[in-house]
Design a protein around this ligand. Structure first.
Ligand code: ATP
Length: 343
């Protein structure tokens, strides 16, 4: 018997648990099809922090780093922790500690009526930029540092160039090097170097503001967009709006320079959505499609394709949660998708 794939489950806060509940049966389904996996449920999130003072203990972090192939993550963020400390120490620790530089956020139509020409993948650097949380607030002055290092920029851009070559599609780098001369200047230099090493890829750079304008006007004109952490966050949320909003957008992050049996992190693009949490209103599609991305990363392509087809079929049949204009609960939406899976 082959070694089981080890998947850690961190539902987290708010709607995180609700959407995670709908993703778990897909793991059982994969097992029933002969995939060998074992899961570990981890309690980290606001409830655990408020009860114990622990965010992500070092021992748990080390087990995730050394003894786990994939992490399925719901969301973190809770109004009872206004500082956001636990969210930072859990999610940013995982992203930065595991060096999950590459965050892929695909954007493809999910429902009838959406622009069928849209087929965008955002490659977002996931560990640096202004999200390194360094800075200061002084009287009359506030500073946020944005740190960009060449290894991370190179890893993100190499992954994007490789993907563009595989997809045979153009690659666009979003930047503001005209004002962010140092940080985005580095991005431009590495991009130009890789462009000369990848003549097979049609690669261009665009000022991020012009790119956003172009995206809104002609989303079908973009295929693969690479960006730093901050711009990638904004661009991918805009892309989510083309396909039904935050509830349907998936993501996966990995460390391309680390060995294969090394944790990747699959999580929906959305956060913990405290405004709708606990009411069965959350759309589980982003979480389910993130699970499909995890399966694809593990080499389980047939399962990933079947799940994506099941989501599409459910949405085409009119199954919708409230964010998409429907009335289904989180659980009913999950069930509707599952009912369309092959055995
Ligand atoms: P974060 O900074 O943690 O990503 P955020 O501030 O971007 O979080 P979200 O928690 O993603 O905020 O919520 C943004 C909006 O999207 C809210 O109105 C929320 O209700 C909605 N939303 C988020 N996730 C879902 C979901 N799964 N289903 C339906 N609506 C959602």
């Amino acid at each position: 018997m082959d070694i089981p794939v080890r998947i850690a489950l961190i539902p987290g806060d708010g709607v995180g648990g609700e959407v995670m509940t709908e993703a778990l049966p897909f793991l059982d389904w994969a097992c029933a099809r002969g995939r060998n996996l074992e899961t570990t449920l981890l309690p980290y999130g606001a409830d655990h922090f408020l009860a114990t003072g622990e965010t992500l203990p070092e021992s748990a972090y080390t087990s995730l780093r050394d003894g786990c192939d994939g992490i399925l993550f719901g969301a973190v963020g809770d109004p009872r922790v206004p500082s956001g400390r636990h969210a930072e120490e859990i999610l940013l620790r995982l992203r930065q500690g595991l060096e999950l530089t590459v965050n892929l956020r695909p954007c493809r139509p999910t429902a009838p009526g959406q622009d069928a020409a849209i087929d965008i993948e955002v490659f977002r650097e996931n560990t640096e930029g202004p999200y390194c949380l360094q800075g200061s607030t002084e009287p009359g002055r506030a500073v946020d540092l944005a740190i960009h290092t060449e290894p991370a920029v190179r890893r993100l851009l190499e992954a994007a160039f490789q993907r563009a070559a595989t997809r045979s599609c153009p690659l666009t780098l979003a930047h503001k090097a005209n004002v962010l001369k140092h940080g985005h200047g580095l991005w431009m230099r590495v991009f130009e170097e890789l462009r000369s090493r990848h003549p097979e890829v049609s690669a261009r750079t665009m000022h991020a503001d012009a790119l956003l304008c172009g995206l809104v006007q002609h989303p079908g004109a973009f295929s693969l967009i690479a960006a730093d952490n901050y711009l990638g966050d904004l661009i991918s949320d805009l892309c989510a709006a083309f396909i039904g909003g935050m509830g349907v957008a998936p993501s996966i992050s990995w460390a391309p320079h680390r060995p294969f049996r090394c944790a990747v992190l699959a999580e929906p693009v959305h956060g913990s959505a405290p405004d709708i949490a606990g009411r069965g209103l959350a759309n589980p599609v982003g979480m389910i499609l993130s699970t499909a991305l995890l399966f694809r990363h593990l080499g389980w392509e047939p399962e990933a394709i079947a799940m994506e087809a099941a989501v599409k079929a459910a949405l085409e049949s009119g199954a919708k949660t409230r964010d998409l204009g429907g009335a289904l609960s989180t659980a009913s939406m999950g069930a509707s998708i599952r009912s369309r899976l092959p055995r």
